[in-house]
Design a protein around this ligand. Structure first.
Ligand SMILES: CC(C)(COP(=O)(O)OP(=O)(O)OC[C@H]1O[C@@H](n2cnc3c(N)ncnc32)[C@H](O)[C@@H]1OP(=O)(O)O)[C@@H](O)C(=O)NCCC(=O)NCCS
Length: 234
């Protein structure tokens, strides 16, 4: 399926190609699972609690802003305010990554690396202070429980994180501009894509400085077992 953005004239051809709902996610729950939950709440807590659960707890409205950057555009000149050394995370360095993100699961990190995802890490005085993951197979948007198949010349960045003490130092834009974008451009890719919550102003600002522009909003509305997904260009 393809869309042409009225503002940029760019053709977006990957989105909605493949949207797969993950049954394990609370917002991707199937009807049978939902009915079992309804029955359990009714049995254990009565009709009043059931109605409250359905009316107040179940509705979901979620959306993310999709941002993109075509790789034929020039890379802005970044000015990182703290010296960092950027490298790809190796499988032998997973423990170091866990020190940086203690809530991460080491086996998940290993399997991401094994499937070919790249993790660009920035170290300051030997300590990992920032990481940015990138994949070329498919994008998984956990918040929406959505999987998006990428076109062969597209890369998707996700789970960008800077340690709180190092934020606001231009690390995101520098890692993107000097490492991630040249890496994928050199490998023949044409477009970088990412998703971000509209409220995440720091992330949007950092990405904009690296040349990313918002181009769409993707989301879902859910009430009980009913779910409607949407996508619109901006
Ligand atoms: C989002 C995040 C990665 C940004 O990292 P960073 O290293 O601080 O990014 P940068 O310094 O390159 O750019 C951030 C920009 O946003 C600005 N900024 C920070 N908070 C802001 C806010 N609330 N509103 C608007 N701009 C904000 C910074 O001032 C900076 O812009 P400037 O250099 O023009 O002043 C970091 O805040 C973070 O790890 N957040 C938690 C995880 C997260 O939300 N990840 C993004 C998932 S998509």
């Amino acid at each position: 399926m393809s869309y042409v953005c009225a503002r940029t004239g760019l053709k977006h051809h990957i989105f909605l190609q493949e949207w797969v709902t993950d049954g394990s996610s609370p917002i991707g729950m199937n009807l049978w699972e939902w009915l079992r939950r309804v029955a359990r709440v009714f049995q254990e807590e009565g009709i009043r609690r059931l109605l409250i659960t359905i009316v107040w707890r179940q509705p979901v409205y979620r959306r993310v802003v999709l941002m993109q950057r075509t790789l034929d555009q020039p890379v802005p000149d970044p000015s990182v305010r703290v010296p960092v050394v950027v490298d790809l995370l190796k499988e032998t360095e997973v423990d170091e990554y866990i020190n940086f993100r203690p809530n991460a699961n080491p086996s998940e990190i290993r399997s991401l690396l094994t499937r070919g995802d790249r993790c660009f890490v920035a170290r300051h005085e030997g300590q990992v202070v920032h990481a940015c993951w990138a994949t070329t197979s498919y994008a998984w948007i956990d918040y929406l429980a959505r999987r998006i198949q990428l076109a062969p010349d597209e890369a998707y960045t996700y789970d960008i994180f800077t340690l709180p003490a190092f934020r606001g130092q231009n690390i995101v834009s520098t890692v993107m501009s000097v490492h991630v974008i040249p890496y994928f451009r050199g490998a023949g890719f044409r477009r970088m894509i990412t998703s971000v919550l509209p409220e995440n102003k720091a992330s949007i600002r950092g990405l904009r400085k690296a040349g990313y522009q918002p181009f769409g909003v993707m989301g879902c509305v859910k009430l009980g077992p009913w779910r409607r997904d949407f996508f619109r260009l901006i």
